[in-house]
Design a protein around this ligand. Structure first.
Ligand SMILES: Cc1cc2nc3c(=O)[nH]c(=O)nc-3n(C[C@H](O)[C@H](O)[C@H](O)COP(=O)(O)O)c2cc1C
Length: 298
């Protein structure tokens, strides 16, 4: 399948400008290696390894299996400071090529990444935070739009991506509601240099999500996604079916464990129709991309 690229994807050594985005609890080392082999950038939150020893073992496992680029997500404000320091030290030791920072000020991490030749992308939902991160020296901004899986923003991807590209000097990575090759074409047309797909990879064979979670992502439509801050304290999108029957978006659901039993997914579920391996998903996205480009009106 012929590759396609952007300046940023070429700089990272990717065959395609696609990132398999980090997902709390369910991204894993198997996805990272499968992504590297498929020519895209795999990622996981450092916290998906319960302990520092676990993260070290995961990084050793990845390094033994691929020389391709991959990313680790450091959730600055959501991570205990001692754990964060340990995670960063491991990213330095294993020369993790891409650091994805979110929920906090990336300034200190940028300096440490620079010293190791690593690339830093920072996750935002609005221009104000993007500007701060740009001033801190990050290499790119991940713009998380409305409808994204996980902690989503409120700005439509149609507005957010060009708004960020026009107002920033660093490259923009489009996140939210991208689950097909056609949507990758759209994101690149809007000016993004990488596309950041989470929900699309939940029903991958390698993903650590429970089987019922994968089935529900395949079965769901965008109407089945609810946006609320009552589950995690920060606005995020969840599968309606995993919330109590009598629940309304203004109420904290009792009992069920957030993320573990109340499952997150984005409106991009609309474009997901089967469970596949990471390699099959990438192959399909690339085929759809080329078909969509060829079918554009001239
Ligand atoms: C289940 C789930 C967990 C997520 N956890 C994280 C996380 O720990 N850190 C993070 O930066 N983003 C997290 N995200 C957001 C993704 O990295 C990405 O921005 C998002 O999935 C893109 O939107 P999409 O799901 O519409 O493709 C999560 C998303 C999902 C679906």
């Amino acid at each position: 399948m012929s590759s396609f690229s952007t300046p940023l994807s070429r700089r990272l050594g990717l065959r395609y400008p696609i990132v398999c985005a980090p997902m709390f609890l369910i991204s894993n080392k198997e996805m990272i290696v499968a992504c590297a082999e498929a020519g895209i950038l795999g990622a996981m939150p450092s916290l998906n390894a319960r302990t520092l020893e676990g993260l070290r073992a995961d990084l050793e496992w990845i390094r033994a299996r691929t020389s391709g680029p991959f990313a680790i997500n450091l959730t600055i404000g959501l991570t205990d400071p001692a754990r964060l320091e340990g995670d960063v030290a491991l990213c330095e030791e294993f020369e993790v090529p891409v650091w994805l920072t979110s929920y906090g000020d990336p300034t200190a991490l940028v300096a440490r990444a620079r010293a190791r030749g690593a690339t830093v992308f920072h996750d935002v939902t609005q221009l104000r935070h993007a500007k701060k991160a740009e001033a801190a020296g990050v290499d790119g901004i991940i713009g998380v739009a409305a409808g994204a899986g996980g902690h989503a923003g409120v700005i439509s991807p149609f507005a957010l991506v060009p708004y960020l590209t026009q107002n920033l000097d660093v490259p923009v990575i489009a996140a939210g509601c991208i689950s097909s090759g056609r949507q990758i074409v759209a994101a690149l047309a809007l000016g993004a240099e990488l596309t950041y797909l989470g929900t699309r990879f939940i029903p991958s064979a390698e993903c650590g999500a429970p089987p019922a979670y994968k089935e529900q992502v395949v079965a769901a439509g965008p109407e089945d996604i609810v946006y609320t801050d009552k589950v995690s304290g920060i606005h995020a999108n969840f599968l309606r079916s995993t919330l109590p029957d009598d629940w309304t978006p203004d109420r904290t659901p009792e009992g069920a464990k957030r993320w573990k039993e109340i499952w997150s997914a984005g409106q991009g579920v609309a474009e997901i129709h089967e469970q596949q391996t990471v390699a099959e998903i990438v192959e399909q996205l690339v085929r759809e991309y080329h078909d969509a480009v060829a079918a554009l009106p001239r």
